[in-house]
Design a protein around this ligand. Structure first.
Ligand code: SAM
Length: 304
């Protein structure tokens, strides 16, 4: 029995306001290009590791029957608020079961990099395979080892300061172990005892507003690195998320061993050359006539 992955519980409230909406726009463009054209009208879709559900809402609005699955109860709480018409499964991607045979399953924003071994990734692929109808589509993205080595260098990459909270993400990766993590530093302002406002001087408010402009990212990240000294009374929290860099070829082989066919790789912009500046988006199909390999018969039988 695998433990359900719950690490995002403490990040959920902030993820829902920040990276959730930010990441969903480019991901939705990719889904519109490679995924939705192959899903029938009102078709059944599973958003695997759906997080706070920003992708679910537009798909429901477009008429699809969407289910969101996530291991984090808190992430699902926000997903339910964002897209109340969808169905939800609080389950681990390595062991989920679904009564529904989905027309398509997708997983975005490198969620599957949290699977820390190829064996676990394969477990997910087997669950996905079993949950798809024959001819169904599976699309997901991964940050790959060359990209991680190039960009995850222990320097802060994203962050925001406003009068209520501040946050910063610092990713790092060790090519020798193919393991890494990103650290999320979160600071929250103290509420005044009357609850009427936040204890922040007008000057600081103005500074934080100016620094929120995209062009001040460098100064903002520098400030964020010393934020506990700048706002010593704010509540500080550090969250760490482990990831694995799975080699692209090994992932492709594993998908094929499980029974997927037509495995195609693209960048988010649709290029077939996956360089070290881009994540790898995998697009693959469960064939219509399924050859019963050992892996696919195991994946199917566990749903009997
Ligand atoms: C980076 S977030 C992405 C969320 C959403 N897909 C998006 O694009 O914004 C990763 C999500 O994957 C979920 N997750 C990671 N590993 C999981 C697992 N083994 N089972 C279920 N959910 C998992 C986390 O709880 C989190 O909500």
């Amino acid at each position: 029995m695998t433990n359900r992955y719950t690490d995002y519980n403490n990040w959920a409230w902030l993820y829902n306001k920040t990276v959730g909406p930010d990441y969903s726009q480019p991901q939705l463009s990719l889904l519109k290009r490679v995924f939705l054209p192959q899903i029938p009208d009102q078709g059944r879709i599973l958003d695997l590791c759906c997080g706070t559900g920003q992708l679910i809402q537009p798909l429901v609005a477009a008429g699809y029957q969407v289910t969101g699955l996530d291991g984090s109860e808190e992430m699902l709480t926000y997903a339910r608020q964002n897209a109340p018409q969808a169905s939800y499964l609080l389950e681990d991607a390595r062991q989920f079961k679904s009564e529904t045979a989905f027309d398509g399953i997708f997983s975005t924003s490198a969620s599957l990099n949290h699977l820390m071994s190829l064996t676990e990734l394969r477990q997910v692929f087997e669950r996905v395979y079993a949950a798809l109808r024959n001819g169904g589509l599976f699309v997901f993205d991964l940050n790959h080892p060359r990209q991680l080595e190039r960009w995850w260098r222990g320097q802060p990459t994203e962050g925001e300061i406003n009068r209520r909270y501040a946050w910063m993400i610092t990713p790092h990766y060790d090519p020798d172990t193919a393991e890494g993590a990103f650290v999320v530093n979160i600071s929250q302002a103290a509420q005044s005892h009357l609850g009427l406002g936040l204890l922040l001087s007008p000057l600081k408010r103005l500074l934080y507003k100016i620094l929120s402009r995209p062009r001040f990212i460098g100064i903002r990240l520098k400030l964020l690195q010393n934020f506990d000294r700048i706002e010593p009374h704010w509540q500080q929290r550090t969250l760490t998320y482990s990831i694995k860099g799975h080699p692209i070829d090994a992932v492709k082989d594993t998908l094929e061993q499980v029974g997927f066919t037509n495995v195609v790789l693209q960048t988010i912009d649709g290029h077939s050359n996956i360089d070290n500046n881009h994540s790898a988006h995998f697009i693959c199909t469960k064939p219509f006539s399924v050859q019963m390999t050992n892996a696919s018969s195991q994946a199917n039988s566990s749903f009997a």
